[in-house]
Design a protein around this ligand. Structure first.
Ligand code: CP
Length: 330
């Protein structure tokens, strides 16, 4: 593996291999001494052009746990505000000796450009590009699903997600998480149903490797999903802005926040309709009261905080695979 740009680039063996490596990384994090010497002398640059809490912090934690040097580069406060291009930024990182560049960018395709333009010798990891891909999110989601719903024997090592049904609900149109999850879950043998209003499903979704529905209650009652993944309503991509108090706002994509919540929100009533073993997921950050109620977000079936913790093990596995390859044992 040279770069990680899209979940679609991973075949079953590569994906299961990363999940297995993450399982072993997670085991090392149970120890008193969490730090491994594996990437000593390597430099990982976190290049974030868009805001992030979970992804940026967990890449930084993962790199540090592997003993890499970490440079955090945020667009705000950098020379980008003076008009510096992606190319010149990349050349600067190259001059600094970056071994891996973890990039989040508002433009779909920016990580691909960085990886293939010939500006950098480093490995490139896509930490979320526009509405396109967020492969490490899909990997940590698959890891969480496997731990809860598949794990048997040695934490499910070597196993995929065959036979599971995952419902992904909400703002699919603007969601790189949905796209990455459809790709990876399909590769791992799971069945996916996307549930959204017609205005929040992308053109061409019929060609994706999943089913679609406009009716959440029907999917829960008849589809009996093993996991329900609620998506954030991405108000910042709807031209609606995000008010300082975070309150739900009307957008052109649904009649009102209240109607959206009634039709597509996960609340206590829908939580009670889910199969007993089903888990509740959300990539975060959550709009509590819009796509997910506090009852659902804080219920014992919610694995949302666990998803964040699993992100560190997954990102350790990805950095390990990219920078240490198969040669070094950890
Ligand atoms: N899930 C996710 O990408 O969260 P952040 O935007 O906080 O990184």
């Amino acid at each position: 593996m040279r770069h990680l740009l899209s979940a679609a680039d991973l075949d079953r063996d590569a994906a299961v291999g990363l999940l297995d490596t993450a399982e072993r990384m997670a085991a090392t994090q149970e120890r008193e001494m969490k730090k491994l010497p594996t990437l000593r002398g390597r430099t990982v640059v976190n290049l974030f052009f868009e805001d992030s809490t979970r992804t940026r912090i967990s890449f930084e934690t993962a790199a540090k746990r592997l003993s890499a040097d970490v440079i955090n580069f945020a667009a705000r406060g950098s020379s980008l505000s003076k008009g510096e291009s992606l190319k010149d930024t990349a050349l600067t990182l190259q001059a600094m000796g970056a071994d891996a560049v973890v990039i989040r960018h508002q433009a779909s395709g920016a990580p691909y450009r960085l990886a293939h333009a010939g500006w950098l010798a480093s490995a490139v990891v896509n930490a979320g590009d526009g509405t396109h891909q967020h492969p490490t999110q899909a990997l940590l989601d698959a890891f969480t699903l496997r731990r809860h719903l598949v794990a048997a024997g040695d934490a499910g090592l070597g196993r995929d997600l065959a036979g599971l049904h995952v419902a992904i609900v909400g703002d699919v149109l603007h969601s790189r998480v949905a796209r990455s999850n459809v790709d990876l879950l399909h590769t791992l043998g799971a069945r996916v149903t996307l549930v959204a209003p017609p205005t929040l499903l992308p053109v061409g979704v019929e060609a994706w490797a999943c089913a679609t529905s406009y009716h959440l209650d029907e999917v829960i009652a008849e589809g009996r999903p093993d996991a329900i993944m609620m998506l954030r309503v991405q108000r910042e991509r709807m031209g609606a802005g995000v008010p300082a108090n975070g309150a739900p706002v009307a957008t052109g994509f649904f009649p009102s926040p209240l109607e959206y919540t009634r039709a597509y929100g996960l609340d206590a009533r829908r939580l009670a309709m889910l199969p007993e073993h089903a888990i509740v997921m959300h990539p975060g950050p959550m709009n509590r009261g819009l796509e997910i109620s506090a009852d659902a977000a804080d219920s014992p079936r919610a694995v949302i905080v666990e998803q964040v913790a699993n992100g560190v093990a997954i990102r350790m596995a990805v950095l390990y695979r990219l920078l240490a390859g198969e040669r070094e044992a950890f």
